[in-house]
Design a protein. Sequence first.
Length: 78
Amino acid sequence: MTPIVRKYNFESFEETIAFINRVSKIFSRENHHPKIINFYNTVAFHYFTTDANNEVTDLDRKIADEVESVYQSFDHKS
């Protein structure tokens, strides 16, 4: 398994958590659950589908792209 990994940096922990909360709506809407790793002002999402033998699916790609769009429009300073 080689997941799609996207890592994002923010100025503060609070900003990072705000971003995670915002994109969590995408995951809930799609009933999809990426692996999320948060350390202070960084967050990494690992996209793969357990029901597809831990492979990357079109839905993983779609969600990763949508989260990337949110990051690009997110009011962050880093």
